[in-house]
Structure formats: C-alpha cells, structure tokens
Write a protein that binds this ligand. Structure first.
Ligand SMILES: Cc1cc2nc3c(=O)[nH]c(=O)nc-3n(C[C@H](O)[C@H](O)[C@H](O)COP(=O)(O)OP(=O)(O)OC[C@H]3O[C@@H](n4cnc5c(N)ncnc54)[C@H](O)[C@@H]3O)c2cc1C
Length: 330
C-alpha cells in the first residue's frame, strides 16, 4: 500500500525521503510547491539549548535532532549553508546550563557590531540557509523514488485514503504533514495546531556577526549574502503579509543591538506561519485517519530529520515515539 503524505514542507519531504529509502512507495500531495510555506521562510536556526525554555523533554529531543543533523545532510548531497555558527544570547538570565558568559575581546571577535556589555555564548548551536534546504531534501526524496504531486490540495481525509480538490480519490496509508493548516483538514479530531505568524526582513550587510544573535525579543541570522532579522509572534489567523508595526518591531530590535546596521539596504521582507501547539512541542503519532507529524512550532527545521526517522520507524517497525510528542497528550 502506498504511503500518502499530505504536505510537502520540510517535515513531509524528510519523511518521504526516509520512507522511500526504506523501500516504501511514497506519494507526497502538496497543494502548491514543495517548501511553499514555513520551511523555506524560516530563519534556519538550530538552537535547542535556546529554544527549550526550561522544557527538559524538548531539550533532549532538540539535542538529539541537532546531533544527527550534519550526518543527515551529508547523506543528501547539496550545500544548504549548514555551519556551527554558535549562538549569542543577549539577555540577563542564562538561557541554558551549557551557556558561558563572554565579553570584551572574545565577544568582539564574534560579533564586532554588537552593542552589549556581554552575552551568553553557546558554541555548538548551528544555522543553515532555508532558501536552499527544501530543494535539496525534495530532490533527494525524488531520487529515492518518492513521487510529488503538486498543485492540488487534499480536501478529504479518512483511514485508508484521501480526496483531492479535483475529486480524485487515492488509497493508501495517510500521514498528515500540513504544517499550520493541519487542523483545517477534516477527520483529525481536535488537534490543537494553530498558525502563529512571524515576520522577517533581510538586510544587505554581512560581517556584523558571525554567530546567530538572540536578543530580548528576536534574533539576527547571518548568511553568506545577507543578514536576516526577525521575528514577530502573532496570532492573526491565516492573514498573510507583513505590517508596519511588525517590521518596526524586528528592525527596532535589530538596530537596538547593532546600531551600525542603520544604513544597510532593506533587501526584502516576508512572513509565514509557524505550526503552533499549546506547549510548543510537536504532535507526532497516531490519529484516527492514520498518522500526523505537525505542530513543530519554532523548531521544525531543527526537528524534521529526527521526526522523519522516528516516525518511519514507528510506521514500519512499530518503534516507540516520544511520549512528549504524543498527539493525545493532555
Ligand atoms: C518566521 C518563522 C521563522 C522560523 N524560524 C525557525 C528556525 O529558525 N528554526 C527552526 O527550527 N524552525 C523555525 N521555524 C519553524 C519552522 O519553519 C516550522 O516548524 C517548519 O517549517 C514546519 O514544517 P512543516 O513541513 O510542518 O510545515 P510547512 O513548511 O508550512 O509545510 C506544510 C505544507 O503543507 C501544505 N499543505 C497544507 N495544507 C494542505 C492540503 N490540504 N493539501 C495539500 N498540501 C497542504 C502547504 O502548502 C505546505 O507546503 C520558523 C517558522 C517561521 C514562520
């Protein structure tokens, strides 16, 4: 029986790759194009120690995800700009037990443009370029035999099959990887996934920092050719676009930390929807219509390869999934 994956974001593509590599017939059903939504819009920070926010289970899963990332990427071929940039956190409280306080010349060497007396330093966190990631994973999944059917959405869902917006019905084992739109699909019960909009901007200046910098209300992500600044956390439903207030927030935050960025050209702005969950953890496991892998919220780029590996093992070998990700947790 074919595996039908609903949604061709990073989670769907990574799962398609894993299942195809394990010899399964896989069809990805994507209403637009692979990577159309959050997965290509994201900052690309892989920082489990910053993003755990005191949640020990999230930290353990995030660290496991980071540990496997480089090996997973090297199995794909293609450069996605992955590097162990390290992360600076400009906040009073330490973000994590592994963080070390640095200042003076040590800080200057990493972030010459940063206006702060010191910062918490996490050298092992990483970053990649999300403009490059989904195309590489998508291509690897196709090479492994997965078939992508794009341009038509799934409108009906039941155990054993789906219905497309053309009326066509397809039979197979269904996995929903529809990101922020997961709860809009019928048949999943009350899965608590909601859209949380984030606005971002790219500045045409490099060299202000070699590390990702987290400030009190946002972050800066250095790339080879630009500096990405973000991001808002907005409960605006599925309203697309950027707003004056949202951009002011991300630009004020960035310029507060790096005043030297003021003359930098504003290259582009964009927004997308995080698949939010009540506790910030993913929802991965069994549902009445088959399986779901969604709700990765702020950490879906980090967690996608681990999600794919664990979910494929659960589907094909009966492997256990982390209880912290159970769709049925209270
Ligand atoms: C502004 C912002 C910054 C972020 N920064 C980071 C970061 O730095 N690090 C990190 O780890 N994470 C980050 N994230 C989170 C991360 O982007 C997401 O958690 C992750 O991309 C979710 O992947 P996904 O495949 O579940 O969803 P998506 O990439 O949104 O993919 C879902 C896909 O499903 C398709 N779809 C939906 N409904 C249907 C349907 N009915 N039929 C067919 N197809 C359908 C959509 O078209 C879409 O392509 C960020 C997110 C945002 C918005």
């Amino acid at each position: 029986m074919a595996m039908l994956i609903v949604g061709g974001g990073l989670v769907g593509c990574a799962l398609a790759l894993e299942l195809a590599r394990r010899g399964q017939a896989v069809v990805v059903l994507e209403r637009a194009v692979a990577g159309a939504e959050a997965s290509s819009a994201a900052g690309g920070i892989l920082a489990p120690r910053v993003e755990a926010h005191g949640d020990d289970e999230a930290r353990v899963l995030g660290l496991a995800a980071l540990q496997m990332y480089e090996g997973w990427l090297s199995s794909l071929g293609g450069d996605v700009g992955f590097r162990r940039s390290g992360v600076l956190v400009v906040r009073e409280a330490s973000p994590d037990g592994d963080a070390r306080w640095i200042d003076g010349g040590a800080l200057e060497a990493i972030a010459p443009g940063l206006r702060a007396g010191g910062a918490w330093w996490l050298p092992d966190e990483a970053v990649l370029d999300t403009r490059l990631l989904v195309p590489v994973v998508h291509a690897a999944a196709e090479r492994a035999g997965a078939v992508f059917r794009t341009g038509h959405g799934v409108v009906g869902l039941e155990a054993g099959g789906v219905t497309l917006d053309t009326g066509e019905r397809l039979a197979g084992e269904v996995v929903v990887c529809a990101g922020a739109w997961t709860a809009r699909l019928p048949g999943l019960g009350d899965l608590p996934v909601r859209p949380v909009r984030g606005q971002l901007a790219a500045l045409g200046q490099v060299g202000a920092t070699s590390a990702v910098v987290f400030g009190p209300a946002g972050y800066l992500v250095p790339r080879v050719d630009e500096l990405v600044v973000g991001s808002t956390m907005e409960e605006v439903g599925y309203t697309r676009g950027v707003s004056a207030g949202g951009l002011r927030h991300v630009l004020d935050h960035a310029l507060g930390l790096f005043p030297g960025l003021a003359p930098a050209p504003l290259l582009r702005t964009w927004s997308s929807f995080r698949p939010g969950s009540p506790d910030g953890r993913a929802l991965v496991g069994k549902v009445p219509t088959g399986w779901v892998a969604s709700g990765h919220f702020r950490n879906g780029i980090l967690l996608a390869p681990l999600t794919a590996r664990l979910l494929a093992a659960a589907m094909l070998d009966g492997g256990a999934l982390p209880p912290a990700w159970s769709p049925n947790r209270g």
